[in-house]
Design a protein around this ligand. Structure first.
Ligand code: ATP
Ligand code: ATP
Ligand code: MG
Ligand code: MG
Ligand code: MG
Ligand code: MG
Length: 287
């Protein structure tokens, strides 16, 4: 196609590719959702429909981007983790960020009425977004732990705050002042003794947030195992000394196949991702 004399302006654009071999995390956060949640009568401290809508949008993003292996959300935020080797948009930062945030935001409006059938949307919501690169698996896990710890800290605070305000009739200011002087243990103790609430019995959705994790379909796992067994028979491996587990078969080089393969499912969990259990059960996630 013939080029116009204006074409040169394209060279002012920068090629903003994310560093190779690093985890790409996109985090988005509702803009001024303190106000948004008031205007839309979110239940306090935790509106479960609002959280369900956030998760629905995140799942929609993950359906569109097969290279997102995991996402984690709480309150008005969600973080999306792209696999290290992703080549989506040639790893261009602005493309990745703007497309994820835009798809999430349009999904929020698109799915709104499924979750808030009696509350019309008052105005178009905005989400901000950022990209952070993490070079090591430890950095990535620490990032996700940081977000989940934040969920817990805020939830404990908000639970205590709303008990003081709506059950004990304290003014918002007094409640803030009182809580400002209390440690986590004091808040737990107050919830228990004054409000008969065991914090640990509050739903995990509120205490842990939401993890969406891409996993191989069970049938795929089986196929992998059978293939591996056939393989080792042909190689004359001793079946007794080499126990092949689902995890082993996926832990190795099969990752590439796994992510290129469309037959993955997205599972939703409200569980701890700070400890090792979540990760050791899913060896295909990290490198
Ligand atoms: P900013 O634009 O800086 O992000 P913000 O008002 O969105 O400002 P955040 O720190 O992101 O501030 O906090 C989000 C706020 O949205 C929470 O403090 C809470 O008031 C409200 N909120 C978000 N999700 C829910 C929910 N599921 N239930 C009840 N309130 C919620
Ligand atoms: P990319 O994701 O790379 O932007 P794209 O398919 O959106 O891919 P563009 O170069 O942005 O490619 O072109 C947008 C295309 O959308 C046009 O080529 C045209 O086919 C279609 N399109 C956009 N607006 C209109 C319109 N108003 N009427 C008809 N077709 C339109
Ligand atoms: Mg913010
Ligand atoms: Mg916000
Ligand atoms: Mg927030
Ligand atoms: Mg286009």
């Amino acid at each position: 196609m013939a080029k116009s004399r204006f074409e040169y302006v394209r060279s002012f654009e920068s090629f903003d590719a994310c560093l190779l071999n690093s985890w790409i995390v996109v985090r988005l956060d509702g803009r001024n959702f303190h106000r948004f949640s008031d205007h839309h009568q979110f239940a306090k401290p935790n509106d479960d429909q609002a959280l369900a809508l956030m998760a629905r949008c995140a799942k929609n993003v993950m359906k569109d981007f097969n290279d997102i292996i995991l996402s984690y959300g709480q309150s008005d935020e969600f973080s999306f983790v792209f696999r290290r080797e992703t080549e989506v948009f040639q790893r261009r930062s602005s493309k990745l960020l703007s497309t994820v945030v835009s798809l999430f935001t349009s999904s929020y409006v698109f799915f709104w009425s499924n979750h808030f059938s009696n509350t019309p949307l008052q105005y178009p919501p905005t989400f901000d977004g950022r990209i952070v690169l993490y070079p090591t698996d430890k950095n990535l896990r620490d990032y996700l732990s940081w977000r989940q710890a934040d969920c817990h800290i805020n939830n404990l605070h908000n639970t205590a705050y709303w008990k003081l305000v709506s059950e004990a009739g304290m003014s918002p200011n007094d409640a803030q002042t009182k809580l400002g002087k209390m440690l986590a243990n004091d808040k737990n103790e107050m919830l228990f003794s004054q409000f008969n609430t065991n914090y640990n019995n509050i739903p995990e959705l509120f205490r842990k947030g939401t993890v969406l994790v891409r996993e191989p379909q069970q049938s795929q796992l089986k196929k992998h195992d059978e293939l591996k067994k056939d393989d080792s028979k042909m190689n004359g491996d001793d079946q007794d000394t080499k126990v092949i587990t689902n995890s082993d078969s996926l832990a190795i080089k099969d990752k590439q196949i796994f992510y290129k393969n469309k037959s993955t499912i997205i599972n939703m969990l409200n569980t701890d991702i700070i400890g090792n259990k979540f990760w050791s059960e899913r060896p295909y996630l990290l490198t």
